[in-house]
Ligand binder design. Sequence first.
Ligand code: FES
Length: 479
Amino acid sequence: MVVQTQRDYSLSNGYHNAVALDDEAIEAQVEKTWWSPEIPREQLKALMQRKDAPALMHFGLWIALLIGSGYLAVLSWGTWWAIPAFLLYGTIYSSADARWHECGHGTPFRTRWLNEFFYHFSSFLTIREGYLWRWSHARHHTDTIIVGHDPEIQVMRPADLLKIAMDFFYLRSGPPEVLRVVRHALGKPDADVRSYVPVQELNKLYWSSRIYLAIVAGFALWSLAIGSFLPMMFVWLPRFYGGWLHQLLGLTQHAGLGEDTYDHRENTRTVYINPVFRYLYMNMNYHLEHHSTPMIPFHSLPAYHAAIKDQTPPPYPNLWTVYKEMIPALIKQATENPDYHIVRPLPTPAIKPQTKTAVKFTADAIAEDGWVKVCTVRDIPENDVVGLEYNGNVYAVYHLKGGRFYASDGICTHGRAELFGGLVIDSCIECPKHNGRFDILTGEAVRRPVRQNITIYPAEQRGDVVFIRITQENTDILL
Ligand code: FES
């Protein structure tokens, strides 16, 4: 249900401060009410698998399209053909935003450095500072369209129609973004940025902003040196003159829908679009599916959509149907009633056997010397994880290749998600909520946004049974 609140969208001043909820209280609220689809764990695991091949083909084609359209644009310079040629280059260039987004989740590639490389490359192109937006986007997924807590609400209420129109060429959101890069290069983030970027990350943010500005200054000097504006047409400016498609597709994600609800079916849309747009947008038109489970890589989103669509509002058949409903809603918000929003029809839950997206066991007694029985070996498939609840605490128990068992805290140190709903990848557990990762062998936080390690517990197989040892030095539950 959508709850109306007083709208102060600033993070340093907004909803969560106004009602005196700290981050922990907000996270607890999210955990309680966040909607998740029901899908068997085995099926979900298969959909979450990362592969380099589809991503390499996808990004390889994109780079080829960038180079090819850029070459056409150079050839056309000085003629009327430059208009369509640069529009084409700018449109492909601006789809860097979808690539920034996907790589930020760490899902397109299995190989981590490839994700990181394309993340920073796309971040630069689309003028989204990598060390800033990683944190902003984690917050967006935790508090999607929660007033005063989500830093990425594209259309605030009352809707600013002029801003929406100008952003088809990035004219309202773009200049502040460029100014923000300058601010950060000078080491002066504002209060909102300080509210979600950890202080330990600020130096990286400052230095990446300086590198961004140095690259753009290099292109400006090149233009000056040859007495032509041509080099400047290839970085950052394309995000403006070619930004129309990004805005056209991006608005469909949340605009006009509910605020302050933790059910993504009420604030997020899925819409069918043509294959060319889908390629450029990296399947983000399946946005409801993406928000409900950010661990699904772009290439599996259509299959995931097919698997859960009976649990979601009907997808929009095309862009036209979205805009036919959205434009009047935004006009109404702008002129008559800022509280107005589109209400999506939720399906009546089907009566079917309960499916488990995560498996959790309960133990009621310590067997001996701190060892607690978890389950049988067959209960944890190889390269998978289950949960264990014991004495009010939650643990994650892993079965890695070669019959090796490990155990750790079951709750993520970033946003308190249950780790056993996540994915085991290369001896790491990936958190289901924001794709942070921990090394299962050491407990080390190895992928942002997690920064604080988890505790590791001894685990072993005895006969057919898996035990973990909850020792006094690891936890105080025995006290
Ligand atoms: S809750 Fe954010 S990465 Fe785990």
